[in-house]
Design a binder for this molecule. Structure first.
Ligand code: HEC
Ligand code: HEC
Length: 313
């Protein structure tokens, strides 16, 4: 759709009115598509042999179990009715910003946690595919995800726990849109401080926020909201990751050069280059048929990818 010139796009004039209306109502830049995006396809292993562990059997885990665990975060915080999947933030206090300061980033992370806690955000709740499958947890991992924005930032909040833990952890991504390309700050929001991290998040979030992938269709609170939020994430501008001062990003080695992935995943591509350190999300997104988007890999391509994943670099 991006490659079509606007005039060539069917229904353009009508769309423009929808955009304008949405914009006037929300005060947001017109990023919300007028037509609802298609629902996220359910996760089904395609049996590529790329997974290191067999697909996890979650049949013992019911929708009721899901609802019960989700609600422990506070029932008033989730299942919100919505028209816009992105919660608007007030304009940035300082004008003419070129690069946010760390206290400003911290301020945004505290602000979105407060909005979530006060029931003023629109979170989707799911059991996530990527964090549940393989050897990361091998038990349901619950996520509440909410997005926020103003003209200066996009902010994401993840409130997360496994089926075994009692407490919810809070994580956030702040995208500084005043820089080109935007800069993504990653952190855990703790009671006493914001703990910035880069290396530990990079292995899954190499290109910034991740599209939503529920492990099962019924372990998801609101499919249209998940689709809208996921679309918002996929449409983000290419950004780069901020590594905090105390971290020295390791040498990730050579980027993957398999054409069927790297035509999109490369320096200056739609998404960042892929490295061996991303083996986990690569195995899962390919095996469950999400990558590459819109087609299945041929057996010889799967073999090439497997050889690359298994090679020691
Ligand atoms: C094992 C892979 C993995 C690692 C490591 C990881 N994440 Fe994520 N994260 C995910 C997945 C998968 C999602 C989307 C989950 C879903 O489908 O519900 C996500 C979602 C998020 C979101 C919500 C916005 C979005 O991207 O969808 C935030 C915020 C977030 N993560 C922050 C962090 C931070 C901060 C770190 C490092 C401290 C981190 N994550 C490390 C896998 C990971
Ligand atoms: C047509 C372009 C395209 C191709 C080809 C493609 N990808 Fe992607 N990939 C994307 C887009 C867009 C996203 C983000 C949206 C999403 O996750 O659906 C993404 C997301 C990912 C992610 C999550 C991390 C991130 O960048 O957000 C991984 C891992 C990934 N792709 C792996 C692969 C692998 C492995 C291949 C080759 C087998 C591949 N992709 C082929 C476009 C592509």
């Amino acid at each position: 759709m991006k490659s079509l010139s606007p005039a060539a796009r069917p229904g353009f004039h009508l769309l423009r009115w929808f955009y304008l209306l949405g914009w006037l109502l929300s005060g947001l830049t017109p990023v919300i598509a007028a037509e609802p995006p298609p629902l996220i396809a359910p996760a089904v292993s395609t049996g590529t042999g790329l997974l290191l562990e067999p697909p996890l059997d979650l049949s013992w885990f019911s929708r009721e179990d899901f609802e019960a665990v989700c609600a422990t975060v506070g029932a008033h915080r989730i299942h919100k009715s919505w028209t816009n999947p992105i919660t608007s933030l007030p304009p940035h206090a300082r004008s003419g910003v070129h690069g946010l300061t760390e206290p400003e980033v911290v301020g945004y992370m505290r602000q979105v946690k407060r909005l979530f806690d006060d029931g003023q955000s629109v979170p989707i709740s799911d059991v996530g595919l990527i964090s549940t499958q393989e050897d990361v947890n091998r038990r349901p991992m619950f996520n509440h995800i909410a997005a926020f924005s103003n003209a200066t930032v996009r902010v994401f909040l993840l409130v997360q726990r496994t089926s075994r833990e009692k407490d919810w952890g809070y994580f956030s991504i702040v995208q500084d849109l005043t820089l080109d390309p935007p800069l993504d700050y990653f952190a855990e929001i703790q009671e006493a401080r914001i703990k910035f991290e880069g290396i530990s998040c990079y292995k899954c979030h190499s290109s910034g926020p991740l599209a939503i992938h529920p492990v099962r269709a019924d372990l998801l609170s609101d499919p249209p909201l998940a689709a809208a939020l996921s679309q918002f994430i996929a449409d983000q501008p290419r950004s780069r990751m901020h590594f905090p001062d105390h971290e020295h990003p390791p040498d990730y080695g050579a980027p993957m050069a398999l054409r069927f992935c790297s035509r999109c995943h490369k320096e200056n591509g739609d998404r960042g280059p892929l490295f061996q350190v991303q083996a986990h999300p690569i195995r899962i997104l390919v095996d469950f048929g999400y990558m590459p988007p819109n087609r299945a890999l041929k057996p010889e391509e799967i073999a090439e990818l497997k050889a690359w994943l298994d090679s020691k670099k």
